[in-house]
Design a binder for this molecule. Structure first.
Ligand code: TXA
Ligand code: MG
Length: 321
């Protein structure tokens, strides 16, 4: 496995070539780092599942370079899908659509749907374009962490999560810290009305405004998305919601919330954007320090705060079994 710290065109081309030859490439997106494989290469995709210890029925997102590629991967597309794609792609939004024949069972977990996303990170887009210039049609990429663990938001965390499982021909492209820090918004677009499956920085308000009608969160779904399982995004430390913490325990809250005496402040974000950007780094820090417990004061309000609360609540549910 090779970690490359510059994103010269030569490196991006090497990454695209590695993917096309059936190797894996971990790459930055604006949300979190992904572990990529050629979405048409069953063997390469199988390695992603094995490296992540991810159950094979959990589908992968296919990353594409442009809205124009939707019709290669999906069929029977609702009109509103193009409105969403125009407003939020490239960007942190994944659309669940009825799949075309291109999307194999090994991508979709045997479901009749496929998740598509055009990322906005310049390195991700550049890699996609180079990959497509070699004849590639899409890069399948889940977050580059072990199944159920915290997504990596920088290349060191990718190495920590999966570095030892990568081969010498695999690549990790480093481009520093991801700006957004929580995974993309997932929207089920298979029905007449879209439903949000996973909150992210493309918020319910933005989606509703874009479409001109209210879009809600899915209450119950038969769509299998690990991000909506009870336990996910979990550190080793036990996470509780509390503004109190004992000495030696971890503490995460907005900067305005004072640190309980003796507690170890893991981050002090000033804004919700910073909270999202720093949450995963903060819980990883707790694990590095070997802390048993983290008290978290979740941010209030709508918008991105919902995504932050969602990830925090997933961390807690795991800890409570
Ligand atoms: O921000 C992100 O979305 C990152 C970056 C790398 O793009 N990717 C990511 O992938 O978070 P992953 O696999 O860790 O989470 C994607 C979620 C999973 O919960 C998966 O089950 C769901 O998307 N998903 C993918 N395809 C689906 C489908 N056809 N139907 C329902 N859910 C799907
Ligand atoms: Mg994930």
């Amino acid at each position: 496995m090779q970690i490359v710290e510059n994103q010269s065109q030569q490196i991006i081309k090497a990454g695209a070539k590695a993917l096309k030859s059936g190797n894996l490439v971990a790459f930055p997106t604006e949300t979190v780092y992904g572990l990529g494989a050629d979405a048409l290469n069953e063997k390469a995709v199988a390695r992603i599942f094995s490296i992540k210890s991810r159950p094979t029925f959990h589908p992968l997102i296919v990353h594409i370079s442009t809205i124009l590629k939707i019709t290669s991967w999906a069929i029977e597309i609702q009109d509103y899908v193009f409105d969403l794609a125009r407003d939020f792609w490239p960007g942190p939004m994944t659309l669940i659509l009825k799949r075309s024949n291109l999307a194999g069972n090994f991508i979709t977990g045997n479901q009749e749907t496929v998740g598509l996303r055009v990322p906005s990170h310049p390195v991700a887009l550049n890699l996609l374009n180079e990959f497509e210039s070699l004849g590639g049609l899409g890069i399948a990429a889940p977050s580059a962490n072990k199944f159920g663990a915290v997504s990596p938001t920088n290349s060191q965390d990718v190495v920590e999560e999966i570095g030892s499982s990568l081969d010498k021909n695999d690549l990790i492209i480093d481009a520093g810290q991801c700006l957004i820090g929580v995974e993309s918004t997932i929207i089920d677009c298979t029905k007449q009305k879209p439903q949000i499956l996973r909150p992210g920085s493309v918020t319910q308000e933005l989606i509703s405004t874009s479409l001109g009608f209210n879009v809600n969160f899915a209450v119950k779904t038969n769509i299998k998305a690990p991000g909506i399982l009870d336990s996910h995004y979990s550190p080793k430390a036990k996470v509780v919601i509390s503004s109190r913490a004992n000495a030696g325990e971890g503490f995460i809250a907005l900067a305005e919330v004072p640190t309980p005496k003796g507690a170890i402040r893991l981050t002090s974000p000033k804004t919700i954007q910073d909270y999202a950007g720093e949450l995963y780094i903060a819980v990883r820090k707790a694990d590095h320090l070997g802390l048993d417990k983290i008290s978290v004061v979740p941010p209030e309000g709508a918008g991105l705060a919902m995504a932050v609360r969602d990830r925090i609540s997933k961390m807690i549910q795991k800890n409570f079994g």
